[in-house]
Design a protein around this ligand. Structure first.
Ligand code: NCD
Length: 336
């Protein structure tokens, strides 16, 4: 007999439905996702002030614990915590005791002994943030910054914020995710968020070798031919080939992949005229996207990066103490 596993909800939500941790979007309601987007919206204005700080996490300690490389996610989590006035510790794993053989649990116990309030965790192992959340002291929050191929919930939420800003709604939208779906934690979280928020269609476009075997059960339609798949799109999200997670040759060549699945101007012309182009980064120009498209007028790739700070501020402040939207709007400009 197998031991029943607690649902993600019971781990990441309090009894009254507030965020305790942020590990996955699975099982979270449309109301909660909308609340995160609304809270993030209220933080956008903080990023536009001369003094970009609010005191919501003053006196709290946030530890960035990145066991995998990162540019955007790590720096926007750090900026988000600093703009909330938290003390931030960035642990460089390559020079930490992990490289001397210390286990993840022991590293955590030591960091908890320093009275940390929140760990932002990126790990190559799917499930690592859940494992930490299950054992951490009550009151300490765990935020998943990407685990293996499993989930990247803050990335998906910053993507949702970007879509809402540009399209004003989710209802009726057709959104495609293109490329390496199989290895992408971003795609899994995006598919979940888009369905929860009620888009009309989530379409994945990829060669069979880069699709999970359960693709049809993920809540999306599947298209192997990109030229057909681009039709009627409101949003196209491109993904990087996650070579670090690939075992064996899944593609004939990068040139062949670009020819069939790379987003260039002629393929983009098949979508709706106002279709926006997104990418979580890092982009590989000439592999999954043409430079003229990445830098073109329909690209919102850098808006995604900016929105990452507001979304991470929202998730961190909600996990540390509930609803903050009203408090943010009441905080005076430049208040330390
Ligand atoms: C993604 C990731 O790490 O999962 N990047 C990111 O967080 N912005 C996607 C990728 O690495 O291709």
């Amino acid at each position: 007999m197998t031991t029943p596993q607690p649902s993600p909800d019971s781990v990441q939500l309090t009894a009254d439905g507030q965020l305790r941790h942020f590990l996955t979007l699975d099982g979270l309601s449309r109301e909660l996702l909308t609340d995160i987007l609304d809270t993030a919206d209220s933080f956008i204005e903080v990023g536009e002030r001369a003094i970009k700080k609010v005191p919501l996490l003053r006196g709290r300690t946030v530890v960035n614990l990145f066991f995998e490389s990162s540019t955007r996610t790590r720096s926007t989590f750090e900026l988000a915590a600093k703009r909330l006035s938290a003390d931030v510790l960035n642990l460089d794993i390559s020079t930490s005791a992990t490289s001397k053989g210390e286990s993840l649990s022991d590293t955590l116990l030591n960091l908890e002994a320093m009275a940390s309030d929140m760990f932002v965790v990126r790990h190559a192992q799917s499930g690592a943030p859940h494992f930490i959340a299950a054992s951490v002291t009550p009151g300490v929050a765990i935020i998943n910054a990407g685990d293996g191929r499993h989930a990247h919930p803050t990335q998906a939420m910053l993507d949702m914020l970007t879509i809402r800003q540009h399209k004003g709604r989710f209802e009726g939208l057709k959104v495609a995710i293109v490329g390496d779906i199989l290895h992408s934690r971003v795609a899994r979280s995006q598919i979940c968020a888009l369905n929860t928020l009620g888009v009309e269609e989530v379409r994945v476009i990829a060669p069979g070798t880069l699709l999970p075997s359960d693709a049809e059960h993920l809540g999306c339609t599947v298209e192997y031919d990109m030229e057909k798949g681009m039709r009627d799109l409101d949003v196209v999200i491109m993904l990087r080939l996650q070579k670090e997670r690939m075992q064996g040759a899944l593609l004939p060549s990068e040139q062949e992949f670009y020819r069939l699945y790379g987003l260039d101007r002629s393929k983009l012309a098949l979508a709706k005229p106002d279709c926006i182009v997104m990418h979580p980064g890092p982009i590989n120009r000439g592999v999954e996207i043409e430079s003229a498209v990445a830098d073109g007028p329909r690209s919102v790739i850098l808006n995604q990066v900016t929105n990452g700070i507001a979304v991470r501020m929202a998730v961190m402040s909600m996990a540390m103490g509930g609803q903050v939207t009203e408090r943010v709007s009441r905080l005076g400009e430049g208040q330390p």
